[in-house]
Design a protein around this ligand. Structure first.
Ligand code: NAD
Length: 252
């Protein structure tokens, strides 16, 4: 069923949530747009402004690394200002109520953590942009340390081991984090409701997680204001604003 009627949507969501034992949310950039962070594919989204820099380019080109850090610091204020939205808070409420074992997210913005879901219950499929890692020795680097070095020299800094430093995100062409993928697959296999929120479901292999849940017998729900790749497989499609649809489930 596809509905754009908010009252009907909320009633269906409430029935599904009340009746579910294990709900696994699968979130994408759309849950964070009301927090001021643009998504990729909406009009005016990041995709239309800055084509992503593929991993191979990042590794092979000083220029590409410079461009990547430039973009990252240009958007820092937006990330720093962002607070969890109604969708994040609804999921944190469901986590506290024991309905949600963990949140699977494609997002890199740290807002599920900020909403009070503990880090061990957040599965980040595409990493996290609030810190950086050395791609050789895996040492963690803070952006606050990298920024002055970058701004002073105009060059992307390297790790003391000589390795290339990159935000702890997964770029196109970069290997997915195996542990996070395995955990997401496990969660998808064990839930009775898989709740997609704010994803076009166009980025693979992450997009396979909701389908896996559906194949394992879970009810598939998609909350997204635009059509997604998998609406035809969903049991319920809520075509409304995420915050409007989920605010009824915020308990704090
Ligand atoms: P996407 O941009 O492909 O899709 C987002 C979807 O959310 C769109 O279909 C849009 O219509 C919908 N949407 C946006 N705001 C909404 C709202 N308020 N209510 C209802 N629907 C809304 O995003 P994706 O599927 O997550 O894939 C993009 C990739 O880029 C992912 O890997 C993601 O992690 C990354 N990304 C992350 C962030 C972030 O961390 N906040 C931001 C941009 C991109």
């Amino acid at each position: 069923m596809i509905t754009a009627d908010l009252d009907i949507a909320v009633r269906h969501l409430r029935d599904l949530i009340d009746g579910a034992r294990r709900i696994v949310p699968f979130t994408g950039a759309g849950i964070s747009t009301e927090c001021g962070i643009p998504d990729f594919r909406s009009p005016g989204g990041l995709w239309t402004k800055n084509r992503p820099i593929p991993f191979d380019d990042y590794m092979s080109s000083v220029e590409a690394r410079r461009e990547a850090w430039q973009r990252r610091f240009a958007i820092e204020e937006t990330f720093a200002k962002a607070k969890p939205g109604r969708g994040h808070r609804a999921l944190a409420s469901l986590y506290r109520a024991g309905k949600v074992p963990a949140v699977v997210t494609q997002n890199i913005d740290n807002l599920h953590q900020a909403s009070g879901v503990p880090p061990h219950a957040i599965v980040e499929l595409h990493g996290n942009t609030s810190y950086a890692l050395c791609l050789s020795c895996a040492r963690r680097h803070e952006l606050a340390d990298i920024r002055p070095r970058f701004e002073a020299t105009g060059d992307a800094p390297d790790c003391s081991c000589g390795g290339i430093i990159k935000t702890a995100t997964v770029s196109f062409g970069q290997a997915m984090p195996a542990d996070a993928m395995a955990r997401a697959q496990e969660l998808a296999g064990e839930c009775d409701v898989l709740l997609v929120i704010g994803s076009s479901l166009a980025v693979w292999p992450a997009a396979g997680i909701p389908l896996l849940a559906k194949r394992n017998g879970a009810t598939l729900v998609i909350v997204n204001r635009e059509p997604t790749e998998f609406d035809e497989f969903a049991d319920l499609v809520v075509r409304n604003d995420i915050g409007d649809a989920l605010v009824a489930f915020v308990t704090h």
